[in-house]
Design a protein around this ligand. Structure first.
Ligand SMILES: [Zn+2]
Length: 605
């Protein structure tokens, strides 16, 4: 390192230019923006600690020159300008948006997110010709396609123009989120109930959409543009539509749009009818993107309700108490303040949604589980719901007919996962202490070497397995079956009152011996323990085993029946699949492959 650079502190952030939405909006105000991502040394690619852009064009079989974001010329101007014609800008954009997603996960999870074995997620901005983009778990890569816009009906694109999926903020954020969700819950690719793949899709959309709301340029523009309707539920929904958000989950926003009528007719027959329709959606829709959009709509509703509460005083002040904004442009100060509330709320929703992961079961997730995890995680960190966000979440899920299994009511207290303190023996505390110290040391974001949830010698994993096996029944695990330790990590979080919370989260998975249909029947438990080794939560999906306590066994039987029913209803029940010939294996894979899932969905863009 030259002497001069030693005397300057390394900046924490790196500005990079991107399209805020995608090139389709072109020069529209606020579409070319600069975002600040965490700074890290980058090799040409860009290739950093957790991400690596590999620009191999599968369509024309060649590599494009990789962008060097550490080159002085680019450092001086915050990266290349957004242009569609330069592949190096494409590389910069996928890196920038993916970094932003990772940063959001880091902040919400209270630890530095690492991929398995410290691997780098590969991003291929021009992987193939085709109107698709997907995360491939086998290649551990996100593959972005490119295609010619329709000659007949290209929408706002030029006929026959090339459309790059790698230049869409939402596509990048959505696909990278799949990779992160897959790392956090690898079994969520097994569609053991209708909600599992839908959760994957819906969650990826939630990240994409709420990350977008954090760009102030876009927000202020949209708030100004739609100002007259600020009090109607429509404002930010139409904002999201303007983002060109249409992943098949465009439906999510359409259903959020319905609420404008709710606002006009808050307690009337129309609202009841709409609620009936929403509940029917959850009962009937099965395609993962469409079903996922129900989750997006619920989260979006909760966001909107909270946002409205937060800006109410601003509107009152601005209108002398009338609440009715005058015609014409809003005062820029007012727009600025409203935008601030909107982005703060969006960030709260995003953080809360990601944080819920630590309280999700390792297998067979449902939307109801997600709601319970959301409520529990948020209550743990922010006991006082003064923002009203939790209450709004519960209400938004309720109107869509999403009821968690085994809860007596949708009151906040009954949605919390059961606190199991005292029911499960403590974790081996000596080993736990070692783990905590190592995790704290590894908290340095770009520290090389050991990672917070890696266990190179396997000592901790073995100790956890022994502990879980000895206490299987208390954890709703079958004592007669092998316990797999699927992952564990330490969490460091600071609550709004400034207190540091340290917890250990570990996941155990079991597989029933006799496969039922094509998909294995799995059970498992996520534990959340204090730094003293006291298990506070054991969030379980039991197997139907006689060796378990009656309540857990009944739940296991119900789950097994649900999975068997689903297998019968869907292609999984296809008898040819049981033989596992090449053709049926391909079809089975297609069910769980994002490539297949997204082929139709992205094409709607
Ligand atoms: Zn997806």
């Amino acid at each position: 390192m030259p002497a001069s650079s030693r005397s300057y502190p390394l900046p924490g952030r790196r500005p990079l230019k991107v399209f805020a939405t995608d090139p389709m909006l072109g020069d529209a105000a606020g579409n070319r923006i600069s975002i600040a991502v965490p700074n890290e040394p980058l090799r040409p690619g860009p290739a950093g600690t957790r991400l690596e852009v590999v620009d191999y064009d599968g369509g024309s079989r060649r590599f494009y020159e990789p962008v060097d974001l550490d080159a002085p010329a680019l450092l001086m101007q915050g990266g290349l300008d957004p242009v569609e014609s330069d592949p190096r800008f494409h590389q910069q954009m996928v890196y920038a948006v993916a970094s932003k997603v990772l940063e959001n996960f880091d902040a919400a999870l209270g630890r530095t997110f690492r991929f398995k074995g410290g691997a780098r997620l590969r991003l291929l901005p021009h992987a193939f010709r085709g109107a698709n983009a997907y995360y491939d778990p086998d290649l551990f890569a996100v593959l972005f396609g490119y295609f010619r816009a329709d000659d007949e009906d290209p929408g706002p694109n030029l006929p026959g123009q090339t459309v790059f999926t790698c230049l869409s903020h939402d596509v990048i954020a959505h696909e990278v989120s799949h990779a992160l969700v897959h790392r956090l819950r690898p079994r969520y690719l097994e569609p053991s109930n209708r909600d599992v793949l839908a959760f994957h899709e819906g969650f990826a959309d939630v990240v994409a959409i709420f990350q977008h709301f954090s760009f102030p340029e876009i927000l202020t523009g949209a708030i100004q543009e739609t100002h007259a309707r600020l009090q109607s539920a429509n404002t930010l929904v139409s904002l999201a539509q303007q983002f060109g958000y249409a992943t098949g989950s465009g439906q999510a926003l359409r259903s959020a749009l319905d609420d404008e009528a709710d606002a006009e007719d808050p307690a009337g027959e129309k609202k009841r009818k709409r609620e009936r329709l929403k509940r029917q959606l959850y009962e009937t829709v099965t395609e993962p993107h469409e079903r996922g959009s129900i989750l997006v709509a619920a989260v979006f509703d909760a966001f909107f309700a909270t946002y409205q509460k937060r800006i109410k005083d601003l509107i009152r002040i601005a209108t002398g108490g009338s609440g009715v904004l005058p015609e014409g442009d809003l005062h820029p100060d007012l727009v600025g303040r409203i935008a601030k509330e909107a982005s703060k709320t969006a960030q709260n929703v995003l953080t809360m949604s990601i944080r819920a992961f630590d309280y999700l079961p390792p297998v067979d997730v449902t939307f109801g589980d997600f709601l319970r995890a959301l409520v529990t995680a948020d209550t743990e960190l922010v006991p006082d719901d003064d923002r009203g966000l939790r209450a709004s979440m519960i209400e938004a899920f309720r109107v869509r007919g999403v009821y968690p299994d085994d809860v007596v009511s949708l009151a906040e207290e009954s949605l919390l996962w059961e606190n199991r303190t005292g029911e499960v023996p403590d974790l081996p505390v000596n080993l736990l202490r070692q783990e905590l110290v190592l995790s704290a040391r590894a908290f340095d974001r770009y520290a090389p070497g050991r990672q917070s949830d890696e266990d190179p010698t396997g000592v901790w994993a073995r100790a956890l397995r022994r502990w879980a096996t000895e206490n299987a029944r208390a954890l709703d695990l079958d004592p007669g079956l092998r316990v797999g330790v699927e992952g564990f990590h330490t969490v460091f979080r600071v609550s709004p009152d400034g207190q540091l919370h340290i917890e250990l989260v570990a996941r155990f998975v079991q597989t029933a011996p006799r496969p039922r249909g094509v998909l294995p029947l799995r059970g498992g438990t996520t534990i959340v323990a204090s730094s003293e080794g006291k298990v506070r939560y054991a969030i379980s999906k039991a197997l139907p085993s006689k060796r378990l306590r009656a309540e857990a066994r009944r739940e296991g039987e119900r789950r097994a029946a649900r999975q068997a029913r689903l297998a019968e209803e869907s292609d999984f029940g296809d008898p040819s699949l049981a033989w596992g010939d090449a053709r049926s294996l391909r079809r089975r894979r297609a069910h769980v492959s994002f490539a297949a899932l997204h082929r139709a969905a992205w094409r709607t863009r």
